[in-house]
Design a protein around this ligand. Sequence first.
Ligand SMILES: Cc1cc2nc3c(=O)[nH]c(=O)nc-3n(C[C@H](O)[C@H](O)[C@H](O)COP(=O)(O)O)c2cc1C
Length: 135
Amino acid sequence: MWQTISYVSTADSSLTNEDMEELFEFVKVKNNELKITGILMHSEGNFFQVLEGKKALIIDLFDKISQDSRHYNIIKIFDRAIVNPCFSKYHSNFKVLGESNSHDELQNFLNEEKSYNPDNYKSISYMANKFMKLS
Ligand SMILES: Cc1cc2nc3c(=O)[nH]c(=O)nc-3n(C[C@H](O)[C@H](O)[C@H](O)COP(=O)(O)O)c2cc1C
């Protein structure tokens, strides 16, 4: 059983750039180890994350993430069962986009989505573009 969860949240204002880099690095390593795919974005003090993987793992992880004091105002966008993980076919690594690398990388990411996974592209591109203030 596979599950996907997506949410937006507000980053705690006390987080420094170093804290953010540390979090991004941790998330990439941990999710790749656990074969969790998706994306984490940070822009203007907010997070947007899509997680997909084995149901039990995703539910446990989201529970931990919800209790993490590094962010608050967590609003779920979706939480649903999926037949297959969408990202894993072509994004072998969990993707993290921060302020510094955001726009070009996001465009590349969305272009890949569009060609490999048009259904997913529709729901993610709207949200991601608004989130990153590209449109
Ligand atoms: C915005 C945000 C996103 C996070 N995303 C992940 C994630 O995708 N994977 C992960 O393992 N931890 C993530 N974390 C960290 C978890 O909240 C938690 O600190 C971590 O899973 C604890 O791991 P441990 O049980 O090994 O101590 C995130 C934290 C924040 C604030």
